[in-house]
Ligand binder design. Sequence first.
Ligand SMILES: [Zn+2]
Length: 59
Amino acid sequence: MEIWRCEACGHVYDPDMGDAQSGREPDMPFEDHPASWVCPDCGAAKDKFAKEKKEEKPE
Ligand SMILES: [Zn+2]
C-alpha cells in the first residue's frame, strides 16, 4: 500500500480513505485523480505530492 504526501503542507492522501473534503470516493488510486486535482489543504498541484510506503499492520 502506498500513500501520497503533499510536500508543501504535509497533507497525506491515503487511497484507502479517499478524500472526503473534495468528494473523492474511497479506494480511488492517486493516479486516477485528474491532473487538475490539487491538495485539499493548501491547493498545491498534484505533482507536489510524493509517494511513500505505508506500513501494513498485520492482522
Ligand atoms: Zn498541501
